[in-house]
Design a protein around this ligand. Structure first.
Ligand code: TMP
Length: 206
């Protein structure tokens, strides 16, 4: 089972990924936690180029670098783990490219779909949690931390990203499960766990 976690800045994805991984390990369910960008040695270098460096990155180059990160990640980490029968929990995946590069940067959505299909070899998540938080609230949560290149983009950019996640939810209603991420982390987690267990149980019966 392949599960992804998506959302704008400050939604608390990584906390929830960790909680679900800890729950799986207590149940003896083998699971692998990973993230994009940066889930491989190549990806770590791409991540620092994309987010931490001061060099300018053209928007199309940005799209291609996220796609390169994903192609490596699929081949080196995600597909092998799924083949071993592990549950893969991934912090960000293709929906982030649609939301950030497609809606945020306003790049051509058909290119993005084609690049996503190429990079993933057609692999799509079985379940996606969209941790939904208004961009103003999410960015305010991050304000006390050092902000990276994308977090420093203006509020309009982050509002377009939010619109992108809404459009994705409408396009993939059975895959994407929306959760109100303004709630306390424990409440968010109990909703994640309930949905995860129901999808996991039906996958065992299938
Ligand atoms: P995060 O790991 O802290 O969520 O940061 C990753 C950043 O990269 C975040 O600002 C979203 C951005 N991103 C894209 O713009 N496109 C993508 O395809 C992915 C995976 C992430």
């Amino acid at each position: 089972m392949f599960v992804t976690f998506e959302g704008g800045e400050g939604a608390g994805k990584s906390t929830q990924v960790k909680k679900l991984a800890a729950w799986c390990s207590r149940q003896g369910i083998p699971c692998l936690v990973t993230h994009e960008p940066g889930g491989t040695p190549l990806g770590q270098q791409l991540r620092s180029l994309l987010l931490e460096s001061q060099i300018s990155v053209d928007e199309r180059a940005e799209l291609l670098l996220y796609s390169a990160d994903r192609a490596q990640h699929i081949g080196e980490v995600i597909t092998p783990a799924l083949k071993r029968g592990e549950i893969v929990l991934c912090d960000r995946f293709t929906d982030s490219t649609v939301a950030y590069q497609g809606y945020g940067r306003q790049l051509n959505l058909d290119w993005i779909e084609q690049l996503n299909t190429m990079a993933t070899n057609g692999l799509a998540p079985d379940l996606t949690f969209w941790l939904n938080i208004p961009p103003e609230v999410g960015l305010a949560r991050k304000n006390s931390q050092a902000l990276d290149r994308l977090e420093l983009s203006g509020i309009d950019f982050h509002r377009r990203i939010y619109a992108g996640f809404l459009a994705l939810e409408e396009a993939y209603p059975t895959r994407i499960f929306r959760i109100d991420a303004t709630q306390a982390p424990e409440q968010v987690f109990s909703q994640i766990l309930e949905k995860f267990c129901s999808v996991y149980d039906s996958s065992l019966k299938a």
